[in-house]
Ligand binder design. Structure first.
Ligand code: HEC
Ligand code: HEC
Length: 401
C-alpha cells in the first residue's frame, strides 16, 4: 500500500511538471516546437486546451484491476508505451501477434474473427493469460507509433489520400500504393484508414478505443467486450467481474476516457525539424531524386475546417498514408491491408524514433533504408549507388526530421 501511495504521488508530481511544460509550450509554432515535443497545437481554444490536459492526465493514468485493467493487457497506461522522447511519443516495447500461414503466404487469424493479438500480461491469478497456440506458424512484433501531429493527419481528407493511390501502377514507376479502406467503428462510415502500421483505423477516437480495450483490457462503448485470445467468456467473467463497458462517463463532464485520449492526440503538436541549412536542403533534394518521396510524400494538406488550427494546413509528415509492399511486412492481414502490405510510416520526428521499422528490427536509419525491397527496390538501389558524401547529406536531412 505504501508503495502504491508513493507511486501515485510520483505520478501526480509528473503530471504537474508535465502541465507546466505544456503551458510553456502553448505558444509554439504550427509545426511544433524544436525544443521539446509534446506540447499542444497552436491556435486551440482555452476549452480545447483544458481537454488536452485532461487527455494528458488520462493518457498517463496507471490503471488497476479494480478500475478495469485486464484481464489480459499489454500495458497499465497509454504512456507506458508512448513516452519517447516525451508523453505521446513512441517507445521501446514491442507487441506480439500470431497467426496461421495459409497457402497464399499470408496469415489467417487465430480464430474465425481473425484475431491475432497475443497479450503479454494478465492480472492475478493469470488464469486469463492468453498463450500462442502450439501450431501457430506466424509470430509478428509491432513497435509503438508516435502520436505527435496525429490530429493534423486525421484532418487530411480521404480524397487526398485516394488521389495518391496507384494500385495498378499505371504510371509505371514501380510503386503501387493502395488506400486501406476500413469501417470506422466511431461513425460506422467507410473511410480511408491512416493510423496504425496497417492503416487499420481512420479516426483517433476509434484507435484510442481499440487501444483502451486491446492494450489495457478496458472495455468501452466502441469495444464493449473483453478480449483475451483462447479464453472463454465465462472464464473472462471470473477474471474480471466488472460490468462492461468499464470506461464510464464522468458524472460531471459527461466525457469518457476515450474522449479524453482523442482530445490529447488531436491537439498534440507535431515535432518540428531540428534545423534547416544548406546540407539538409540538399539532402531533401536527394531524397526526392532517388524516389523516396514517392511514398514518403513530403507534405499533404488538411481540408477545409471550421477550426482554424486544422483549416487547410500543410502537414509535413513525409508519408502518402498508403499501403505498400516493401518486402518487410509481417504476413498479418489487418484492416484493409493485405499480408504483405504496410502503411508508409511518417518520417517527421524520425530523430527521436528508435527502434525503426514496424517490428523494431532496424537500429539505424541506414539499416531501415537497406531493408526496403519490393515496391521500394528502385529507391533502395538509388540509395546504394549514392557516393559516400551524398549519402551523408541525405542522412543529415533525415536526422533533422
Ligand atoms: C503495450 C504498448 C502500448 C500501449 C499500452 C498503448 N499503445 Fe498505442 N501503439 C502501440 C503499438 C505497438 C502501436 C502500433 C500498432 C499497430 O499498428 O499494429 C500503437 C499505435 C497507436 C496509434 C496509431 C498512431 C499512428 O499515427 O498510426 C494510436 C492512435 C495509439 N497507439 C494510441 C494509444 C492510446 C490512446 C493508448 C491508451 C489507451 C495506447 N495507444 C496504448 C503500443 C501501445
Ligand atoms: C514504395 C514505398 C516506399 C519507398 C519508395 C520508400 N519507402 Fe521508406 N518505408 C516504406 C514503408 C512501407 C516502410 C515501413 C517498413 C516496415 O516498417 O517494415 C518504410 C520505412 C522507412 C523508414 C523507417 C521509419 C520508421 O519509423 O520505422 C525510413 C527511415 C525510411 N522508410 C526511409 C526511406 C528512404 C530514405 C527512402 C528512399 C531511399 C525510402 N524510405 C523509400 C515505404 C517506402
Amino acid at each position: 500500500m505504501r508503495h502504491k501511495a508513493r507511486h501515485t504521488r510520483l505520478i501526480s508530481c509528473a503530471a504537474i511538471v508535465w502541465t507546466l511544460i505544456v503551458l510553456v509550450q502553448a505558444r509554439g509554432t504550427t509545426q511544433g516546437s524544436p525544443g521539446f515535443p509534446g506540447g499542444p497545437l497552436p491556435g486551440i481554444t482555452n476549452l480545447e486546451f483544458s481537454e488536452f490536459r485532461l487527455g494528458v492526465d488520462d493518457f498517463m493514468e496507471v490503471e488497476t484491476a479494480e478500475e478495469g485493467l485486464g484481464p489480459a493487457f499489454n500495458g497499465t497506461s497509454c504512456a507506458v508505451c508512448h513516452n519517447l522522447p516525451s508523453i505521446g511519443g513512441g517507445g521501446v516495447i514491442l507487441e506480439v501477434r500470431a497467426g496461421y500461414r495459409d497457402a497464399l503466404g499470408g496469415a489467417d487469424g487465430l480464430n474465425p474473427a481473425g484475431d491475432t493479438l497475443i497479450h503479454m500480461l494478465s492480472t492475478p491469478s493469470h488464469s486469463c493469460q492468453p498463450s500462442i497456440p502450439e501450431d501457430a506458424n506466424v509470430i509478428a512484433h509491432r513497435a509503438p507509433i508516435p502520436l505527435f501531429g496525429a490530429g493534423l493527419v486525421e484532418a487530411i481528407p480521404d480524397e487526398t489520400i485516394l488521389a495518391l493511390a496507384d494500385p495498378d501502377d499505371r504510371n509505371r514507376d514501380g510503386v503501387s500504393g493502395r488506400a486501406g479502406i476500413v469501417v470506422d467503428v466511431a461513425t460506422g462510415g467507410t473511410r480511408v484508414g491512416r493510423f496504425g502500421w496497417k492503416s487499420q483505423h481512420a479516426t483517433l477516437l476509434a484507435f484510442g478505443a481499440d487501444a483502451y480495450r486491446n492494450e489495457m483490457g478496458i472495455t468501452n462503448e466502441l469495444f464493449p467486450n473483453e478480449f483475451s485470445f483462447g479464453i472463454s467468456a465465462a472464464q473472462m467473467k471470473l477474471c474480471d467481474p466488472l460490468p462492461d463497458p468499464e470506461d464510464r462517463r464522468d458524472p460531471v463532464t459527461r466525457r469518457r476516457g476515450i474522449d479524453n485520449f482523442e482530445s490529447f492526440m488531436k491537439f498534440l503538436a507535431p515535432v518540428a525539424r531540428s534545423h534547416a541549412d544548406e546540407q539538409t536542403r540538399e539532402g531533401e533534394r536527394v531524397f526526392s531524386a532517388i524516389g523516396c518521396a514517392t511514398c514518403h510524400v513530403p507534405a499533404l494538406d488538411t481540408g477545409a475546417s471550421a477550426h482554424p488550427a486544422f483549416h487547410r494546413k500543410r502537414v509535413e509528415l513525409f508519408s502518402d498514408l498508403l499501403l505498400h509492399d516493401v518486402g518487410t511486412s509481417d504476413d498479418i492481414r489487418q484492416g484493409g491491408a493485405a499480408a504483405d502490405e504496410l502503411r508508409t510510416p511518417a518520417l517527421w520526428g524520425l530523430r527521436f524514433r528508435r527502434p525503426l521499422l514496424h517490428d523494431g528490427s532496424a537500429a539505424t536509419i541506414t539499416d531501415a533504408i537497406e531493408r526496403h525491397a519490393g515496391e521500394a527496390a528502385l529507391a533502395r538501389r538509388g540509395f546504394g549507388q549514392l557516393p559516400a558524401q551524398t549519402k551523408d547529406t541525405l542522412l543529415a536531412f533525415l536526422r533533422s526530421l
